[in-house]
Design a protein around this ligand. Structure first.
Ligand SMILES: C[S@@+](CC[C@H](N)C(=O)[O-])C[C@H]1O[C@@H](n2cnc3c(N)ncnc32)[C@H](O)[C@@H]1O
Length: 344
């Protein structure tokens, strides 16, 4: 999965930003629905910053990772600017982007859209550090490579990819001292009985990632991690026999990760129990794990009230339609979750 997504030459995400997301791409995200997601996050950030920095005597550092073409960054910044928020002047928006070509593209986008020098890419977490700030990511963790475990005859095997004239899957024994596997077993808890052929995923990178990420803000910070996923009990439900791995190509979903490697997005749902445990282990306080619907409605209270008592014109109606897509339980409202962590 790591090679298919991030191989420097052939990986799905490795070359240029390209047209992967939105109508002309392979899949939609809350960001590609329209600018309402960013506007509502701008309200949430404002509220959180008031709590984190009541004296308002520090720059408001917003750090985003997995920002693709920086569209969310631009929507958030525009949200502050269009409301003449005094915080706008204080914002430094840093995008963590390890790939040099994509950093160059983001710099160009920031220049062309007039957000330089406020909006800029940095190479690593360490380069994004600040005294206080807000971290956010949307659909980053579902793009992290996962390991796939298969239950057979009372034990777990790991699914690997082999080559025999073509790519095939092969199930192998897991060494008993494999630390990731022990973490996976801990997440299963009391659930030990799975039928033969039951498949599931585990994302080893979450631990190191959140440990690194927890060190972004030295004194005070808020971390907003938005993605689709489940808590462990639901993740390992007996009925979820084929796991959560999914592939996307030109708005079609399929479940064969070996089909056109490097041309399809491959994702797996986030295990929020694992994320929360590792975040707490890294010293962060878990504040909420809620539906995107509840989170955005709470964040957008004032925004929603601003529509009251007037018939919406075409622009307002379009924004309300976006809001509905983002929050309706049968659309993005329930499947997407928001995990919030805090420090200071
Ligand atoms: C599913 S896309 C989501 C893009 C965007 N956040 C949105 O919601 O439209 C996942 C993004 O995460 C990026 N990504 C994956 N691993 C990353 C990492 N370690 N550092 C920075 N970006 C990463 C990918 O390149 C891709 O742009």
């Amino acid at each position: 999965m790591e090679q298919a997504l991030y191989h420097p030459q052939h990986g799905y995400y490795s070359s240029s930003i390209g047209k992967k997301i939105g109508r002309d791409g392979d899949f939609f995200t809350s960001v590609s629905v329209g600018d309402t997601f960013g506007v509502l996050l701008c309200h949430a950030i404002e509220q959180k910053w008031q709590n984190l920095c009541p004296e308002n005597d520090l720059p408001l550092v917003i750090v985003e990772q997995g920002a693709h073409d920086a569209q969310l960054a631009r929507d958030i910044l525009e949200g502050f600017r269009s409301r003449n928020s005094p915080l706008y002047e204080k914002i430094e928006y840093r995008i963590i982007e390890p790939r040099e070509t994509i950093r160059r593209e983001i710099t160009e986008i920031a220049d062309c859209t007039g957000y330089s020098p406020k909006l800029y890419p940095v190479q690593s977490m360490a380069d994004a550090r600040a005294e206080a700030g807000i971290f956010l990511c949307n659909e980053l963790l579902d793009a992290f490579p996962v390991r796939r475990f298969v239950h057979e005859k009372g034990r777990w095997l790991e699914q690997w990819v082999a080559f025999e004239d073509k790519f095939i899957f092969t199930n192998e024994e897991i060494p008993s001292d494999d630390e990731d596997f022990q973490r996976f077993l801990n997440l299963l808890g009391e659930t030990t009985e799975f039928e033969d052929g039951y498949e599931t995923e585990f994302c080893p990178n979450v631990k190191n990632w959140i440990t690194d990420c927890s060190q972004l803000f030295e004194k005070a910070g808020s971390w907003l991690i938005i993605d689709y996923g489940f808590e462990a009990e639901d993740y390992f439900a007996k009925s979820r026999k084929t796991g959560t791995l999914q592939c996307y190509h030109q708005h079609r979903t399929h479940d064969d990760p070996l089909f056109r490697p490097g041309e399809c997005d491959i994702t797996a749902h986030v295990n929020f129990t694992d994320l929360t445990r590792e975040a707490e282990r890294a010293g962060l306080e878990a504040v909420t794990l809620t539906d995107q619907s509840k989170f955005l409605i709470e964040a957008g209270r004032d925004w929603l009230l601003s529509f009251e008592g007037q018939a919406p014109g075409p622009a307002e109606a379009a924004k309300l339609r976006q809001f509905q897509t983002l929050t309706h339980p049968s659309m993005m409202g329930r499947s997407f979750r928001v995990a919030e962590f805090r420090k200071g």
